[in-house]
Design a protein around this ligand. Sequence first.
Ligand SMILES: NC(=O)c1ccc[n+]([C@@H]2O[C@H](COP(=O)([O-])OP(=O)(O)OC[C@H]3O[C@@H](n4cnc5c(N)ncnc54)[C@H](OP(=O)(O)O)[C@@H]3O)[C@@H](O)[C@H]2O)c1
Length: 345
Amino acid sequence: MAKSNILLTGATGYLGGSVLIRLLNHPDIASVNITALVRSPEKAEKLKPLGVNAVLGSHSDLALLEKLASESDVVIAMADADNIDAARAILKGLKKRFEVTGQSPIYIHTSGTGVLADNAAGDHAYDIIYDDTNADQIETLAPTQIHRNVDLELVNADKEGYVRTFIILPSTVYGIVTGKLVDLGIQHPYSLQVPAVIDASVRRGQGGMVGAGKNLWPNVHIDDIADLYVTLLNAIHTKNPAATHGREGYYFGENGEHSMYQIGAAVAQALVDIGKGKSAEPTSFTQDEINLYFGGSPFLGVNSRCKGNRSRAIGWNPVKTTADLLASIKPDLEASFHRKSVLAG
Ligand SMILES: NC(=O)c1ccc[n+]([C@@H]2O[C@H](COP(=O)([O-])OP(=O)(O)OC[C@H]3O[C@@H](n4cnc5c(N)ncnc54)[C@H](OP(=O)(O)O)[C@@H]3O)[C@@H](O)[C@H]2O)c1
């Protein structure tokens, strides 16, 4: 039987590397070929001995992306939730694959629960909880919400029948990645949102939050979210009827919820503990600080609330909780002194 071809984008990233290592350790690895689109020649060379067909290129090489997708049975996109041109190139390639094989290929895209954002500016929590099994509720999201244009492009393509689309929406992913791909200098070890708060807080010498920090976010540990990709692949492969696609193909990655005050307070305490913080009580970032540290983005002040019922229905069993998120802040803060954003001052 011919091996099936899996294409990865973002395989050297925080999320992507964690998924790649699980695929390389998967008991069925002998039955697949793994190709990865990689930007760095050095990382591409390091991936080849691990059995990864690393192809040098980026999202700017749309013809290459389309060609690679046209040779793939499965695409797992983990580089950029918002690059619509890249998503369209992948879809064009997958359509060609369908025309040649008669089988609708699988497209697993990484979005994010930021798509659920309101405009709270840290001043309040909201009580809408989005449920990934409720397609009607998800369709109430405006097409202008962040990530939504790409998500809709996939869902519309699925309706045409030539591709089966699955959208994984990680929430606040936390935890420092360790292991082979990090040791080899291939994988980024740090996440985005919590390290951004930590790095800004270290630079101002005080734990911070947007507004009063009353807004709520879901969270998920990096090991748990990486497991969700593999659980989904296994569920598709075994034809688990719960692994639905298209408009019924949203999978939230969450296992707990936190307020941004809790993050700011944990960072403030950790800074005090190491003698670099003014007070254990977090303070609001000023607009100037939001401009300086977060490019003016209001993102850390919004609400994003959801429940990953479909993710759990396919057998996903996340184990780490909000207590683990809060416990991860001190080690992440210690690590921040090696990060570029902190070293740059
Ligand atoms: N981390 C989270 O908490 C979280 C939560 C929700 C959603 N997400 C979304 O998930 C995606 C990945 O996040 P991450 O935390 O894994 O980020 P990351 O560590 O920065 O990884 C990004 C990956 O994409 C690659 N990449 C970036 N730009 C590219 C381009 N133009 N062409 C080709 N490859 C490119 C990077 O390659 P290099 O190695 O060359 O840099 C890296 O492999 C993002 O869209 C993010 O918004 C993340």
